[in-house]
Each structure stands twice: as structure tokens, then as C-alpha cells.
Design a protein around this ligand. Structure first.
Ligand SMILES: NC(=O)C1=CN([C@@H]2O[C@H](COP(=O)(O)OP(=O)(O)OC[C@H]3O[C@@H](n4cnc5c(N)ncnc54)[C@H](O)[C@@H]3O)[C@@H](O)[C@H]2O)C=CC1
Ligand SMILES: O=C([O-])CC(=O)C(=O)O
Length: 254
């Protein structure tokens, strides 16, 4: 599978490092970033090509990984799908915009292309997807991050946000994509709390789901990326695992 990356930051670096070290079906060839130097750095590491615009890789790839920003989703994903290519989206918060999401869904269907959304920095999506076959009655996400991850400076633990996912992604666009992933999996605008906590040094996501299946609770205490403390290492790992699973004939989990 020939793959291009849009956004050559923390997640792209982990994916590239993995592909260089491990045998997989992923052939990372093209790199794009609005900061050309970042694209060039990763391209030279991977012996790939830094392109000046996404169109320059469109006809040469099977799949593009978006690991840039919510704006990049609106800017580039429609063109990727129009070219009939698959896309893996990390900046999932962009899809809380109902108009953009339905445009992306329609383009994927029309052009026979796939949109992949990895589980990212949370765990439990397997069970939640299974639970969605029955009735899900409530979903809550509590995210706790250290001040540096949230880009603020404080000595006190504080509730920064309480509300639904669609507002949360507007207020914290680079910190709470997981709320969007959860919302899409449950088909609900889930309840979200964001807490800044100087006592934690991990990005912690706690999910509680209730439904006719019973109740589940997951807690993920994520190690942060060295290049970007907002982002958890598990998010990059989930993208790699999803890409690898595309060529597997033996699948486990929902
Ligand atoms: N789904 C999930 O669970 C998670 C999603 N994320 C999201 O994934 C994305 C990537 O995360 P990181 O690698 O940590 O970010 P990063 O900030 O380390 O790297 C992003 C790169 O994308 C580039 N970029 C931003 N907007 C662009 C645009 N419109 N066009 C071209 N390049 C652009 C930046 O110059 C930067 O080099 C972010 O949107 C982040 O919020 C992060 C963590 C978890
Ligand atoms: O990586 C994380 O812990 C979560 C995150 O930043 C996001 O969902 O945007």
C-alpha cells in the first residue's frame, strides 16, 4: 500500500519511525506539510518525496494519512476522495461539523473510497461499537491533561470545560479529537469534561458508557509524544495498527 502523509509533526514522526524499522504493508512515499522543511525532514528520513501540494501525490498513492489539523480535513479530504483514494483521518474533531461530515460520507460513497478513523488516544471503541448494536443510553468522556499539554500554565487543578463534544472540539481543537471519535462511534454528541491537572503527567481519558448491554468504563493513561505533549503516543500507534490490519486476513475485535 503506497501511502502519503499530510502533516509531518508528532504523529507522522512516530508512523515514519515505525515504517522504517518494521516490516509492514505500509510504503510511506510522499510527505506534505504547510511547513515545507518538516515535510523535507521526514521525506529524507524515509527516502521519500516532499511535495509542494497534496495534488502532487494524489495519483500516486493508495491512501493518505491526515495528521495535520481540523482545517486540513476540510481543505484536503474532499479532493482525496474525489480522486478515489482512501484517507485516514486523525483530526477527527473536524467531523463534528455535520455539513463537512456528510459531504465526506457522500464523496466516499460516490467515489468508492474509504475513510478510516482510528481509535486514537482512547480505548474501548471495540466494545462501544458492539454496544451500539443495542441501545446506548449515556456516554461520558472525562479528559485530564497536564497544563503543558493544554498549552496553559497553572498550579491548580481546574475544570476547563463541561458540555458536549461538538462544542469541545471548537474550544480545544487540538486536544479533544477523541470526543469526536467517541461521538461518531456512538452516534451521539457525547458529554465531555476537560480538566487541567498539574498532578498528572499523562493525557488521561476516562470513558463511561451505559446501555442495554450493561456498563463499561475505560481509563487510558497516555504517555505523551516527545514532539507534541498534547498528543498521546497511542494515537499514532492506533493509526499504524489500523493500516496494518487492512492487509490482514485474520481479524480480531469489532
Ligand atoms: N484522533 C486522535 O485521537 C488524536 C488526534 N490528534 C490530532 O492529530 C493531528 C496531528 O497531531 P500531531 O502530529 O500531534 O500534530 P503536530 O502539531 O505535531 O503536527 C501537525 C503538523 O501538521 C502541519 N499542518 C497543520 N495544518 C496543516 C494544513 N492545513 N496543511 C498542511 N499541514 C498542516 C503542521 O505544520 C505540523 O507540522 C492534530 O490535529 C491533532 O489534534 C492528536 C492526538 C490524538
Ligand atoms: O492524544 C490525546 O490524548 C488526545 C488528543 O490530543 C486529542 O484527542 O486530540
Amino acid at each position: 500500500m503506497i501511502v502519503g502523509i499530510v502533516g509531518c509533526g508528532a504523529i507522522a514522526n512516530i508512523i515514519t519511525g515505525y515504517v522504517l524499522e518494521e516490516d509492514s504493508n505500509i510504503q510511506l512515499r510522499f510527505f506534505y506539510d504547510r511547513d515545507l522543511e518538516k515535510a523535507e525532514n521526514l521525506a529524507s528520513m524515509a527516502d521519500g518525496i516532499a511535495v509542494l501540494k497534496v495534488e502532487d501525490m494524489l495519483d500516486k498513492v493508495d491512501l493518505i494519512i491526515e495528521a495535520a489539523s481540523p482545517e486540513a480535513v476540510a481543505e484536503i479530504v474532499p479532493d482525496i476522495l474525489k480522486a478515489g483514494k482512501d484517507v485516514l483521518i486523525m483530526s477527527v474533531g473536524a467531523l463534528m461539523d455535520k455539513g463537512l461530515r456528510s459531504k465526506i460520507e457522500d464523496l466516499a460513497t460516490k467515489n468508492n473510497a474509504n475513510v478510516y478513523i482510528p481509535s486514537g488516544a482512547i480505548v474501548g471503541l471495540d466494545g462501544i461499537k458492539a454496544a451500539s448494536i443495542g441501545e446506548i443510553t449515556s456516554v461520558k468522556l472525562v479528559t485530564r491533561k497536564p497544563p503543558r499539554s493544554l498549552g496553559i500554565s497553572t498550579d491548580e487543578k481546574k475544570l476547563l470545560y463541561k458540555g458536549n463534544a461538538s462544542e469541545a472540539v471548537k474550544k480545544f481543537p487540538l486536544n479533544i479529537n477523541v470526543a469526536a471519535t467517541l461521538s461518531i462511534a456512538c452516534d451521539m454528541d457525547v458529554e465531555v469534561e476537560i480538566i487541567v491537572d498539574p498532578k498528572v503527567d499523562r493525557n488521561v481519558h476516562e470513558i463511561t458508557v451505559k446501555g442495554d448491554f450493561g456498563e463499561l468504563k475505560t481509563i487510558t493513561e497516555n504517555v505523551r509524544c516527545s514532539l507534541n505533549p498534547k498528543t498521546s503516543v497511542l494515537a499514532a500507534y492506533s493509526a499504524i495498527k489500523l493500516l496494518k490490519s487492512l492487509s490482514e486476513n485474520f481479524k480480531v475485535g469489532t
